[in-house]
Write a protein that binds this ligand. Structure first.
Ligand code: AR6
Length: 176
């Protein structure tokens, strides 16, 4: 069975999937953008879990991923990953962004998660160019699923803004 890749326009906090992904920061203590929206909508249980992870391992490095409850959200889990800040493209941003998608999916498979929704990591406050970020996201997810067939049923790319939505629709319509 191959993984279904979907593009959705909207708010990731509304997604009824096993795990939604948060574009967090290394502190895991919340912030603006999608991170703020997830903590607001999910309630304090998410931050409590994040604090436990901080106490154990001191936050989350760029490109890594950790998992918590989704609190009051319709999803079951939140996988928090930390995207790179765009610094012009010569500071390893591409590999770090790719690591976010790969490490999130590795954690999902370890937990038996079957459906995952990603936001467009790093393309807001962290300034990653949207077209390049979409290419990294789609290529990494496709490579991962080819190497781990049948492990995940469905992956949604949830686009909050029109530009990302159009980019993902275009890129995914070419090669599924
Ligand atoms: N649902 C889906 N996508 C969203 C939502 C939402 N509710 N809200 C925003 N987006 P950003 P980053 C999109 O800035 O660039 C935080 O302060 C948004 O349009 O949330 O990785 C963290 O704590 C954009 O396309 O994350 C970090 O400090 C995408 O989500 C920092 O921002 C990512 O934008 C991380 O910056």
């Amino acid at each position: 069975m191959s993984t279904q890749l979907k593009v959705v326009r909207g708010d990731i906090t509304q997604m009824t999937v096993d795990a939604i992904v948060n574009a967090a920061n290394t502190s895991l203590l919340g912030g603006g953008g999608v991170d703020g929206a997830i903590h607001r909508a999910g309630g304090p249980a998410i931050l409590e879990d994040c604090k436990k992870i901080r106490n154990k391992q001191g936050g989350c490095a760029v490109g890594e991923a950790v998992i918590t409850t989704a609190g009051k959200l319709p999803a079951t889990y939140v996988i928090h990953t930390v995207g790179p800040v765009w610094q012009g493209g010569h500071k390893g941003e591409r590999d770090l962004l790719s690591n976010c998608y790969r490490n999130t999916l590795t954690l999902a498979v370890e937990q038996g998660i079957r459906t995952v929704a990603f936001p467009n990591i790093s393309t807001g406050i962290y300034g990653y160019p949207k077209e390049e970020a979409a290419t990294v996201a789609i290529d990494t997810v496709r490579d991962y699923m080819a190497a781990h067939p049948g492990r995940i049923e469905e992956i949604s790319f949830v686009c909050f803004d029109e530009e990302n939505y159009r980019l993902y629709q275009k890129k995914l319509s070419y090669a599924i």
